[in-house]
Ligand binder design. Structure first.
Ligand code: ZN
Ligand code: ZN
Length: 127
């Protein structure tokens, strides 16, 4: 005869099997979470107050990955040509520094193009 208690126990065991143990995806948080695979954050980091921060971080990361610019701090009051090195292939290229403009490309004309950049990196990794 099945008592109510044994039914609960059976359910408990079945749920346990479907659950995955993993670590909270929040930066520097090593809290273990047990969930069905969808959960990414521990109890604490699921709270609303972290939403903004998590979203912001994601956004910032994307910005950085796609950023083909570099910041050059200078105080020239007239346009000055400056030699830069492509952050991808290292080739020299000339950029024109303009007064009060601090954002400049960090890749040569060729590698401003993301596709060409990826091609270059692939080729280099083969060697
Ligand atoms: Zn956490
Ligand atoms: Zn380049």
């Amino acid at each position: 005869m099945i008592t109510p208690k044994s039914v609960i126990d059976e359910d408990g065991v079945r749920n346990q099997k479907n659950q995955i143990t993993k670590t909270c995806a929040y930066h520097n948080c090593n809290e273990t979470i047990v969930g069905m695979g969808k959960k990414k954050y521990c109890e604490e980091h699921q709270k609303k107050k972290y939403y903004g921060e998590l979203y912001h971080k994601k956004y910032l990361k994307q910005e950085q990955d796609n950023d083909t610019n570099q910041i050059i701090n200078h105080d020239f009051v007239y346009a000055v040509e400056e030699i830069c090195h492509c952050a991808c292939c290292g080739v020299d290229f000339v950029i024109k520094l303009l007064p009060r403009v601090y954002k400049y490309p960090k890749y040569c004309n060729e590698h401003v193009n993301e596709h060409k950049r990826n091609m270059y990196l692939k080729q280099r990794n083969k060697v």
